[in-house]
Design a protein around this ligand. Structure first.
Ligand SMILES: [Zn+2]
Length: 496
């Protein structure tokens, strides 16, 4: 028995034995392509026609719509026929039909700008809150979670729901023992919609949110105007250390192969890891051999990871090799790995491009002057505050120092093939451009190795002036910064 069709399909495909997969009677609707040597279609519609011609099954509900009204009509139609379909769906995906337009729109970090999912309204069920637990996250945020009497919602057993934060519990007055309406929509974590007050037990008490971290006992503080209460234990709080290390070794950070969540949990639990830097001393600590006495009898006082349950000589060797391979690290990955709140992969790359070396970044962050940071297009005030707070914390600086004794953080290098006259130049755009959107212009400049800033300063090399330019053009004139027309800018991007 499977909990739902998604798990059944995914589980079947993950089987190591293809025979078992073959027995599962999976079927598919083809809907997209991966790599193609020659693209023989200009639109999504033509692509579906090709698929059909080649014998792939395509969904008969695919439809080209020409207006928002038609899209809405189609959505309602699919919602009506949903229950009569022989498969489970949770919504509709809209795609831009024209492939050229798709390419022009491009991607955000993970998601395309030319496709969007429209989910059906959430499914709900009634159940009881058995307990309210407090989880401590990687950044120290105390997050309340409701343990529920397990209930089936749209084919999925739900036993937990997020309560978001302190205010949310207070606002909805959710208490242990309450009957509540729970809903889930798509893959999002189930939520409590409302409390059935008529069924509240007579002896029920409002939930008292803890002011002490349940993991380490440090004070949990709530800053003014902040919804979240955070443990102040920093890197000494076991919950934060564990989550920080998991983040540190994750795919987009240090990407240490074979160092999954389970390994981190095990090593933290047994006191082998206390901070991310400890990863790089594992091999040395494992081999530690101490001479006992005059007879030079050696005693192995190391960690003996090979002798641990579930480990062997080979897997330990492999892990050490994977760690050794990460003793040189790209600047952007290193920044992301630190787990600074709000600093994701895109922002980390932006910082790497603008500061080139970690020393330069750290110097700027500890300078108590955020002017340069805030002049970077894409860095907002909240991000700047998080960065400043992170680098103001002594614990964090110590960990960085320790890490850098083992890890060489490489300077950021622009792609070699794109050395142009604009490489390393700082450009500011102002006014309306005629032949491209502001976004396209920025992308073009960045492709040529230029940095794009949001405001004009003495660091600015060029200001590209479009129609109806305002104060930025004036400022450039005052500072004597070279101004370019859109045409001149395009010409520069073509010069090697
Ligand atoms: Zn704590």
């Amino acid at each position: 028995m499977f909990a739902n069709p998604r798990n059944a399909a995914a589980g079947s495909l993950r089987q190591l034995d293809p025979q078992i997969t073959a027995e599962r009677k999976l079927s598919l609707w083809a809907y997209t392509w991966g790599e193609v040597s020659e693209q023989m279609w200009q639109t999504q519609e033509e692509f579906f026609a090709k698929l059909e011609q080649w014998g792939f099954p395509i969904n008969p509900l695919n439809k080209v719509c020409h207006s928002v009204a038609e899209i809405e009509q189609n959505f309602n139609h699919i919602m009506e026929v949903r229950s009569s379909l022989t498969y489970d769906i949770d919504g509709v995906v809209y795609k831009v039909n024209d492939i050229n337009l798709q390419e022009r729109l491009g991607f955000l970090t993970r998601t395309p700008r030319w496709a969007v999912a429209h989910k059906f309204p959430a499914e709900q069920a009634l159940t009881r809150v058995q307990n309210i637990r407090i989880q401590v996250g990687r950044t120290g945020a105390l997050t309340p979670v409701a343990d529920l009497e397990p209930v089936n919602i749209g084919g999925v057993m739900v036993a937990h729901a997020t309560l978001h934060n302190e205010d949310e519990i207070k606002r909805k007055d959710i208490r242990i023992g309450d009957m509540v309406v729970v809903q889930r929509a798509g893959d999002v974590i189930p939520q409590i919609v409302e409390v059935k007050l008529s069924e509240r037990p007579a002896d029920s008490q409002p939930f008292a949110f803890p002011t002490i971290c349940p993991e380490c006992g440090a004070h949990a503080v709530r800053e003014e105007n902040q919804a979240i209460r955070r443990c102040s234990g920093g890197l000494t709080c076991p919950a934060q250390v564990k989550e920080r290390i998991k983040h540190f070794v994750s795919k987009e950070a240090f990407d240490i192969v074979g160092f999954g969540d389970k390994v981190v949990e095990e090593f933290c639990r047994d006191g082998i890891l206390h901070d991310p830097a400890d990863i790089f001393t594992l091999e040395e600590r494992n081999q530690k051999v101490e001479a006992l006495d005059l007879f030079s009898v050696a005693q192995n006082d190391g960690l003996r990871l090979e002798e641990r349950e579930g480990w062997g000589t080979l897997s330990v060797k492999r892990m050490f090799k994977a760690i050794r391979e990460r003793k040189k690290m790209a600047l952007n990955r290193f920044i992301f790995a630190l787990g600074i709140p709000l600093i994701g992969t895109t922002t980390a790359l932006l910082l790497a491009k603008n500061f080139i070396s970690f020393d330069a970044l750290q110097k700027e962050m500890t300078a108590k002057d955020m002017t340069k940071l805030l002049s970077i297009d894409g860095i907002g005030k909240e991000m700047a505050m998080e960065l400043e707070a992170f680098f103001a914390e002594e614990h964090n600086l110590n960990i960085i120092k320790k890490l850098r004794t083992y890890v060489q953080v490489e300077e950021y290098i622009q792609d070699e093939e794109v050395t142009t006259v604009l490489s390393d130049k700082t450009i500011v755009f102002t006014g309306t451009l005629e032949h491209m959107t502001r976004f396209e212009a920025k992308a073009l400049a960045q492709k040529c190795g230029a940095k794009v800033a949001g405001s004009v300063s003495a660091h600015t090399d060029y200001v590209v002036v479009g129609a109806d330019a305002g104060s930025k053009a004036k400022k450039a004139e005052e500072l004597g910064v070279k101004m370019l027309s859109e045409e001149e800018f395009v010409q520069l991007t073509q010069k090697a």
